[in-house]
Design a protein around this ligand. Structure first.
Ligand code: NDP
Length: 328
């Protein structure tokens, strides 16, 4: 492990992306995304992803010069044209117009299209909650997860994120894959030879396994909570696919370049609770959240990340990751 500051991490990400054909705006946005993940202790979306972003640039899977535009297509609906670029810049450009529209209308949604996604979703929903809004986001991927009872990968690991403003100016946020664990975590377990939790997936013969490599080698991942998580994965396919004019995971696979960020879309929604409930919503929300915080054994989702954030960032980055990046 090597000690690195957040500034070092940002600079390494930005420089490596620019050295590999990314323009300054896209490199900075992706570097911000990776740095925020490292800061919050979400290593599977930090520098670990940089080789894949570079692969995306080198293999023509991602447009490193994308200049995403935001179009209003209905009174409460925005569409972002991602121009085959990485999701980070498209999302950064969506937040202010979406927040403004939600402030006017009470609710607004944004379909981000033609993006290359590989990141966590909490940055965009937290950005909305920091503006006093409720944020919700979902995205599909490429097929890794079998529907409940099936053995064939059809759904992505399909994350869903939600954020809520707190009375002290902070935010509550959860961000979770529809699979038992995220794909990146299966990869990290396989790389480090550590078993994945039981129920994570099946091997290529359909047998339950805790060997991450067996899941990667022709096996499938499973949704959390059996058929209930499978239904959520299906809903996310519909919301981030057909509902915004984008591809399903199984369709994205047809043009996907292995090991590169996924092509597809993201659904992002903002609600202004002062319009739906009045200013009391904030104090009322605190009554519920405070009970969870005060309950022995329970914690709020996002509390681990926010505690890492408060420490000022990571001290350690894996040598294996730094070796892979140096080779780029
Ligand atoms: P985790 O299972 O680690 O965590 C899911 C959520 O549960 C987090 O908000 C976490 O908060 C919270 N949590 C964890 N433990 C507890 C607990 N004991 N009590 C209360 N809350 C808890 O995340 P996943 O593996 O499901 O997903 C990881 C990331 O992968 C996500 O950020 C997701 O967006 C991303 N992803 C991206 C994809 C893409 O295609 N772009 C595809 C799939 C996943 P905390 O973080 O504070 O621990």
């Amino acid at each position: 492990m090597a000690g690195m500051t957040l500034e070092d991490i940002y600079s390494l990400g930005e420089k490596t992306l620019m050295d590999n054909g990314c323009d300054a705006a896209n490199a900075a946005a992706v570097a911000r995304t990776m740095t925020a993940a490292e800061r919050d202790g979400s290593q599977s979306h930090g520098l670990f992803r940089l080789p894949a972003y570079v692969k995306g640039l080198r293999e023509g899977n991602a447009n490193g010069s994308a200049d995403p535009t935001v179009e209003q297509i209905a009174p409460s609906v925005l569409k972002v044209h991602g121009q085959e670029g990485f999701a980070s810049l498209a999302l950064e450009r969506a937040i202010s117009p979406l927040a403004d529209l939600a402030g006017q209308q009470g609710i607004a949604m944004c379909g981000l299209t033609r993006i290359r996604h590989f990141a966590a979703l909490w940055p965009e929903v937290e950005a909305l909650a920091e503006r006093g809004l409720v944020g919700f986001a979902v995205t599909a991927a490429i097929p890794y997860v079998a529907p409940a009872g099936g053995r064939e990968a059809l759904f992505g690991t399909n994350p869903m994120a939600f954020a809520w403003p707190r009375a002290d100016g902070g935010v509550l946020a959860f961000d979770q894959a529809a699979s038992v664990i995220a794909r990146g975590d299966v990869m990290i377990h396989a790389r480090d030879g550590v078993p994945v939790p039981e129920g994570t997936g099946l091997d290529k013969d359909g047998n339950p396994t805790t060997d991450g490599q067996a899941i990667l080698d022709g096996g499938v991942q499973l949704a959390f909570g059996g058929y209930k998580g499978s239904a959520i994965a299906m809903m996310i396919e519909l919301m981030a696919g057909a509902m915004i004019g984008e591809v399903f995971s199984f369709e994205a696979k047809k043009t996907a370049v292995p090991g590169c960020p996924f092509n597809g879309g993201e659904f992002l929604m903002a609600i202004d609770p002062t319009k739906t409930a009045g200013a009391d919503f904030l104090a009322h929300g605190e009554e519920l959240l405070g009970k969870i915080e005060d309950m022995e054994g329970a914690r709020l989702p996002g509390a681990r990340r926010h505690a890492n954030r408060a420490k000022g960032g990571p001290a350690e980055v894996s040598d294996k990751i730094l070796e892979a990046i140096a080779a780029l």
